[in-house]
Design a binder for this molecule. Structure first.
Ligand SMILES: C[S@@+](CC[C@H](N)C(=O)[O-])C[C@H]1O[C@@H](n2cnc3c(N)ncnc32)[C@H](O)[C@@H]1O
Length: 274
């Protein structure tokens, strides 16, 4: 079985609609130690100007599209999931001041657009879901105009390791085999891989942590994805109640002892000009 981060059947479940992604984005917004927004930080490396065309690959529900359109950037979204494409289109219509950003359905490994036709290519927290990361990087390179820029955001390899360690211990105690976290497939450690396709790529690291005052929001975050990181996971989710209960008990112990559950979650981006 594939690890969940690249398993097509699991990705259909995980991104069939934007519910689980919405929980995670909301958790980052409310419980991050840093007050500034990650997406704003990452786009700060894009040197965007009005009139530029930006392709957002693996755009999810396209949270950054309307704000960018308002700045005059011509955004095109793309996602493999039909549910995400629907959510991004609805959001674009609801939030746009002018014409909504178009959103295509497609795969990062074979982008359905021509050569050299965008000024900026963004792949935000999505390459760890792509089986052939090199193919996706080559596609991002292909669609960029000379003078264009790519921005690839991802997590540090040890992002939320403290939560993952609780999960792995609970999984083993229940007789399951925990799978490796998504960072094993593509993380900030993969600069050399990125440089195979974008030789001038730089890495920018952003230190941050969750600070959960009690177990409930940490558990909602865990339930939105990490809980499924076992080899024996089943589509009906029968493994979840016992794992959730075990991890909740451990988080409550930590909050009682330390006053909060702090989970380091460094992330960042690779940036390259072509
Ligand atoms: C973690 S979400 C990130 C969404 C958004 N970029 C963000 O930062 O909020 C990953 C997204 O990548 C999409 N995705 C996964 N594999 C893909 C692929 N091969 N091609 C295009 N999109 C893909 C998923 O459907 C999902 O919407």
């Amino acid at each position: 079985m594939h690890p969940p981060s690249v398993d097509p059947e699991y990705l259909r479940f995980q991104y069939g609609d934007n519910e689980r992604l919405r929980v995670r984005i909301e958790t980052h917004r409310r419980y991050s130690e840093r007050p500034d927004d990650f997406v704003d930080w990452a786009l700060g490396h894009a040197a965007l100007r009005p009139g530029q065309r930006l392709l957002d690959v693996g755009c999810g529900d396209g949270g950054c599209h309307a704000p960018l359109c308002r700045r005059g950037v011509r955004v095109v979204g793309l996602d493999r999931s039909a549910g995400m494409v629907r959510a991004a289109r609805q959001r674009a219509i609801a939030e746009a001041a002018g014409p909504p950003a178009p959103v295509l359905q497609g795969d990062a490994q074979a982008l359905p657009i021509g050569n050299a036709c965008v000024d900026r290519a963004l792949a935000a927290h999505m390459l760890y879901h792509v089986p052939d990361v090199r193919a996706a990087l080559r596609e991002l390179r292909r669609v960029l105009r000379p003078g264009g820029r790519v921005i690839l955001t991802t997590n540090a390899a040890d992002h939320s390791q403290r939560l993952y360690a609780l999960h792995a211990a609970a999984a083993r105690a229940l007789g399951y085999t925990p799978t490796e976290p998504p960072g094993a497939h593509f993380s900030l450690d993969h600069l050399e891989l990125v440089r195979e396709v974008f030789p001038g790529a730089d890495r920018h690291v952003r230190r941050d942590a969750f600070v959960f005052p009690d177990a409930a929001p940490a558990l909602r975050y865990y339930a939105s994805g990490r809980v499924d990181g076992i080899r024996e996971r089943v589509p009906d989710g029968a493994h979840r109640p016992a794992l959730l209960a075990a991890v909740e008990a451990r988080i409550k112990e930590i909050v009682a002892r330390e006053g909060a559950f702090r989970v380091p979650k460094d992330a960042g981006c690779f940036v390259a000009d072509v």
